[in-house]
Design a protein around this ligand. Structure first.
Ligand code: GSH
Length: 346
């Protein structure tokens, strides 16, 4: 099935499912989640950096931190969470039909997804771009060297459509070899079944780190696309979207204000900075608009940390990190020339 046809049919199913959810229940997502006692947060099949199982069998990662933040904001407890690992192809339908409360899983915010699938994207967690991985000894230096090449790609992704555009625009006649599962995609590449793999550059960097000899592969300098990776919620419940959006902003704002999981107790007790006092619920009533308790943001920072702590831990040089430099990139704070920016919390 062509991607456009697939998207149209997914959109139709999602719209029907969404109408069903809306009419079957007048309850808000927050009420449903509170009654259930936990948040259902969707990630993908384990992917280094973003969502993976640690040695204790617990989900961790930059995208999982968003799931934890929402559980902390609502319940004051990150364990009030069910992580759902859903295939790439089923991800948006699963959210639109009410199986998940949110998804947080390297999904690119695009116009058609945002406007046609019964879902809404929130603020990006990571600004990525698409690239190619090739064997170092292949002699391939740029995407332009891929004329007539076989390129392995995950189906149902922006990656697949961007590859098509890139090949058409540059007359490269690339043959896309598609896979539902990116592990099978990578295995096929490693066995020589494709000349290159294409994917989001950060995901590929994570995958390469788990290859038998990471040094034998390289990511080409080309960046084919913008991939703003963002969480998404079901369309139509603005309060729920606000909760997830402001949970993310709380982590970004905390970094800007210098609030970390290590100093948040001290700052809550002693800070004279009005911005810090408002955000941590010491003064003001910011929590009211979200329908949460005063300490919603305190709980996020105490239990999950600020954005930078999570970046370092999972995307940077922490023991579980995948070593993607942040400085000078779009993922730096706006005060350091990047795009990570929270509107004022006042
Ligand atoms: N950001 C793209 C790619 C989606 C994506 O990340 N797919 C995953 C599976 S959930 C994948 O293949 N990840 C590994 C990779 O691209 O290397 C999109 O939203 O379509």
């Amino acid at each position: 099935m062509k991607l456009t046809t697939l998207l149209t049919s997914v959109a139709a199913v999602a719209a029907m499912a969404f109408a069903g959810v809306a009419s079957a229940s007048a309850e808000s997502t927050l009420e449903i989640v509170k009654k259930r006692g936990h948040v259902r947060c969707q990630v993908g099949p384990a992917s280094p950096g973003y969502y993976f199982l640690d040695s204790k069998g617990e989900w961790q990662g930059l995208d999982v931190a968003n799931c934890h933040a929402v559980a902390a904001a609502i319940f004051g407890d990150i364990s009030k969470l069910e992580i759902q690992s859903v295939s790439t192809q089923a991800r948006f339908t699963s959210l639109a039909n009410g199986d998940s409360d949110l998804l947080s899983r390297t999904a690119t915010w695009t116009m058609s997804r945002d406007t046609q699938l019964g879902i809404d994207f929130l603020t990006p967690t990571f600004y990525d771009g698409q690239g190619f991985t090739v064997p170092k000894d292949s002699g391939i230096k740029t995407g332009m060297d891929l004329k007539g090449a076989k390129v392995c790609v995950t189906s149902g992704t922006t990656t697949e459509s961007n590859l098509n555009d890139f090949s058409r625009t540059n007359n490269l006649n690339i043959s896309a070899v598609t896979f539902e599962d990116f592990n099978v995609r990578d295995e096929t590449y490693l066995q020589g079944g494709c000349d290159a793999v294409t994917g989001d550059k950060s995901s590929m960097a994570g995958n390469i780190s788990a290859f038998p000899v990471p040094g034998d592969h390289l990511i080409l300098p080309d960046t084919l696309s913008k991939e703003p990776l963002a969480p998404a919620v079901r369309h139509g419940d603005n309060q729920w979207a606000d909760i997830v959006r402001w949970a993310q902003f709380a982590m970004i704002n905390a970094e800007e204000l210098g609030i970390t999981s290590a100093n948040v107790d001290d700052l809550k007790a002693n800070s004279k900075n009005p911005s810090i006092r408002r955000m941590l619920g010491v003064e003001g009533d910011l929590h009211k608009g979200l329908g949460l308790e005063k300490d919603w943001a305190y709980n996020i920072i105490k239990q999950v940390g600020n954005y930078g702590e999570n970046y370092d831990r999972y995307m940077g040089n922490g023991p579980q990190g995948i070593g993607i430099p942040r400085e000078g990139s779009s993922n730096a704070l706006w005060t350091k020339g990047g795009l990570m920016y929270s509107p004022p919390m006042r």
